[in-house]
Every structure is written in C-alpha cells, then in structure tokens.
Design a protein around this ligand. Structure first.
Ligand SMILES: C[S@@+](CC[C@H](N)C(=O)[O-])C[C@H]1O[C@@H](n2cnc3c(N)ncnc32)[C@H](O)[C@@H]1O
Length: 289
C-alpha cells in the first residue's frame, strides 16, 4: 500500500469526523486562504481544472472575502450519490471565513453539513421551495447556479432567485456552454446551434445587457422590467457570467430621468424584506448549527 494511502487509512481509523475536518481545513487556512485556484484544487471541485472559473471568482469576490455573507450555491455535486459532492461548499467555506454557505441539490446531500455549511434538498425550478429556503436562511448576498445547466432551468431559477438576492448582491451562472449544446452532444441538453435561439441561457443573458441601457430606449411606451431596474453590471467569461444587482437609475445624459425609480419603489418590487447590503451594515441571522 502506498504511504499516503496508509496514512489516510490510519487517520480515518483514529480521528473523529470533526478532527478529520479540522485537519482537512488546516493547510487551506494556513497556506492558501486567499488563493481560490489552490483551494479549488485542494478540495477537488472542477471549478478549477475541468473549468477555469476560479481566476474570475477570485477577481470578483476578493473584496468580499472577510464579509459575513450568505452564499447560496445550486448544485452540490456528486449527482445521486449522497456521499459524493460538497467540494465547492468546502472551498467557499475556506475562502470566506465569516460566511454562511448554503447548498441546494435535487439529491440529499446532508452528509456534507458541518459548521457554517447547510444543505437543502429540492429542485432548482421549484419556486415554492426556493422562496421558503430564502425565508429560512435570510437574504443571499451571492447566488451561484451550478445545478442542472439546462437552459430552461437556468432561466427559470434566475427569475425566481434574482429578485430574492440582496440589494448589492452578485448572481453567478456557470457552464453556459449548454446554450450551444443539443441532443447531439448528449441526451437532455436543450441548447441550440442557432446563436439567436430565444430559449437559450446566453440569449436570455444577452437581453439583460440591453436592459442596462433601458434609460436610452426612445420608445415612449417602454416599461422597464425588474431586471432593467435592478441590474447594474453583467460580466461574461468563457462559459461563466457574473450579474451585479443594484439600482440602475442613473438617468440618460441627453434624455434625462424619464422613468421613476427611487429606493422605495425598488424595495416595493423586492418580494421580501431586505436584510443585507455589502455597501452598508450587514445583518445576519445566527449561523446554522
Ligand atoms: C456540476 S454538479 C455541482 C458541482 C459543485 N457545485 C462543485 O463545483 O463542486 C451539479 C449538481 O446539480 C444537481 N442538480 C441537477 N439537477 C438539479 C435540479 N433540478 N435542482 C437542483 N440540483 C440539481 C446534481 O445532482 C449535481 O449534484
């Protein structure tokens, strides 16, 4: 038996679950607490290696690292195997030392729960389940969709969860390649070879980019959507997008402020009480046990 495997087996036999957990987090904490690509490799998520997402995550998330955030990720990993998965939840826990990490999966992943990590079993397109979950955990500051990657799911989940995201929150969607993938690539993919196909995630997201500039639309009868009014930036990378929430009401340099939108009307649109704000005070419920 190789030495590393022998050591692993010995530790498994002699240490308790919580001692093993502490040992797993120790090098991450001591050596790479700010280095997301290293943390991803250490915990074994394909956010690095299979994909190259962590360089972008690090750029966007570094200023938030020490904030007491609520991070919600759809897709815990390992599909139907209850023991597999959880790698990204552990990576986020190591990277954000004060955050509460919540994971959702269609399969039971409760064996990955530990202090500051809580899991929920449910479907990412089940609006009742998702709303109940947000009521329970409090307003999420970061939402990551790494679930089924089916286009119709990605779009439906965004419609449900984006309005529930905190006022200056960040919504991330991974694996946008499925916009271009059809049954030819694999059973179940619902993308299209037509780059303008209206049902793909990428085309939905492209429409949000126009929405950033809704105040320049000259049609008199245009009514801004919730997304027009509450998205202030959209950053695309290879197969990945970061969508920033905020009040999009700067006004046009030439057309002025034609659309009424103040804080109050924005909050009225928000379907639940807002509790957190990166820019201001952050109020959190107590951590999950
Ligand atoms: C790519 S894995 C997540 C990987 C993990 N986030 C990581 O980075 O290590 C996708 C997960 O989404 C889950 N999933 C698939 N369809 C889902 C759905 N409709 N609702 C919730 N979770 C779903 C799968 O069971 C699988 O565990």
């Amino acid at each position: 038996m190789p030495l590393s495997l022998a050591i692993k087996t010995l530790l498994k036999r002699t240490l308790s679950d919580s001692q093993r957990r502490t040992l797993k987090y120790l090098p991450a904490k001591l050596l790479w607490s700010r280095d997301l690509p290293r943390l991803a490799r250490w915990f074994g998520t394909d956010k690095e290696g299979g994909h190259h997402y962590t360089q972008h995550y690090q750029r966007h998330f570094a200023p938030l690292r020490r904030k007491p955030l609520n991070l919600l990720e759809i897709g815990i990993g390992g599909d139907s195997s209850p023991q597999r998965g959880g790698q990204s939840l552990r990576m986020w826990k190591a990277y954000f030392p004060q955050a509460r990490i919540f994971g959702v999966d269609i399969y039971d992943k409760s064996c990955h729960e530990e202090p500051r990590i809580k899991t929920f079993r449910g479907d990412q397109v089940d609006a009742k389940f998702l709303r109940g979950l947000v009521r329970q955990i409090g307003t999420p500051d970061i939402i990551i969709d790494d679930g089924s990657h089916r286009n119709e799911h990605v779009i439906a989940t965004f419609h449900i969860l984006f309005p529930l995201l905190g006022p200056n929150g960040i919504y991330v969607i991974e694996d946008l390649q499925t916009s271009y993938w059809t049954q030819d690539v694999g059973d179940g993919w619902d993308g299209s070879t037509d780059l303008a196909a209206p049902h793909t995630s990428m085309n939905f997201l492209k429409s949000l980019v126009d929405g950033l500039n809704y105040e320049e639309f000259v049609a008199d009868d245009y009514t801004p959507t919730y997304f027009d009014r509450h998205i202030v930036a959209v950053h695309f990378y290879h197969n990945l997008v970061f969508i920033y929430k905020g009040l999009n009401n700067e006004g046009s340099n030439l057309l002025g402020k034609r659309f009424q939108l103040d804080d109050e009307s924005s909050h009225a649109l928000h379907p639940q009480t807002l509790t957190s704000d990166f820019a201001g005070t952050v109020r959190h419920p107590s951590p999950p046990s």
